[in-house]
Design a binder for this molecule. Sequence first.
Ligand code: DI6
Ligand code: FE
Length: 410
Amino acid sequence: MSNDANAIWDALWVNVHLATMAETAGYGEIRDAAIAVRNGRIAWLGPRAALPSGHRARATHDGGGDWLTPGLVDCHTHIVYAGNRSDEFEARLNGASYEDIARRGGGIMSTVRATRAASEQELLAASLPRVKNLLAEGVTTLEIKSGYGLDLATERKMLRVARRLGEMLPLRVRTTFLGAHALPPEYGGRADDYIDLVCKEMLPALAAENLVDAVDAFCEKIGFSADQTERVFRAAQSLGLPVKLHAEQLSDQGGATLTARYRGLSADHLEYLSQAGVDAMADAGTVAVLLPGAFYFLRETKMPPVQALREARVPIAISTDCNPGTSPMTSLLLAMNMACTLFRLTPQEALAGTTRHAARALGLEQETGSLAVGKAADFALWSIERPGDLAYAIGGNPCREVVVAGVVRE
Ligand code: DI6
Ligand code: FE
């Protein structure tokens, strides 16, 4: 497959600078480069001067001196939901307490009610503009969680919408079942019975319909206990599905260590992560997904242990956590900027966090997230002076062109 000079490429980009993100350090810069695509995959890349003599391509694109990076990967979103919670945001800034809002049936349950009430078509229509915002900024792979249904029919509806988004749009979608997100009102005081429903009915049914690529839970005082989370993990494991976890967002519940024991793809949030959790993640190869949008919107002050994660060589990914309650954000570039300003990541770490490491958080590191021969031809072209500009600017969108599986997105 590699460097086959006799094959006719489907397309060739020249006059571009590459940030391959293929190595652990640096951007993997190749200046004045070329990249060739065949059958949806990268067939050749390197300095333009090294193009094999006699190469042929059906189409040649002039990149105009732009930078070309892997397509961005948003590896943690709750982007499929109905309604929004701007009314609560406003009420709180007018002095209402969190309890006032909860008493009025607000918070996560207001999104559950709206999502249950929406038809599949309405849910799709509500979610589409948000997804398009991400796509406009170079996202080529998107994880979408369920978790605003909390009953079988609505969780199914959410996951079906997620799959449809992946079919309608030039976009790779990975679905995550988050039935254990919150306790639905009809199970008030009966969390263990609800976990039974999640493990014995919802997950097996949805997995059988091929709607589930991974399984997540919210392990927290206001969510589910570590024991309840472990039951969900065991149910996932028995179906051969990988796990990940909302862990250590508001308190240390030992969720990251539990996730590592199940060889989880990722543990996410992690503001309250302990050194033991860092070490367990390092041993298991579990990715740390940091979500600066939620940190910002909740005005959290406890920082995730970035330096300890670096020292333990835990791969760090960055995502929007797009959701109506704690991170109403549809800009992955803004999440990268926030990761630098709030968490002190370097711009190079932020870009690795939305490319190579984010792909790994979805189990897709062999497929996408870096530029290398044989990988999917998923990339974005940017009108920027250097790769660090992607994490630097606030507002504006330098994305000029996006290619998914070798095809230029219209
Ligand atoms: N952690 C969060 O911050 C969101 N979900 C979660 O598990 C909150 C979701 C919401 O408030 O709608
Ligand atoms: Fe989340």
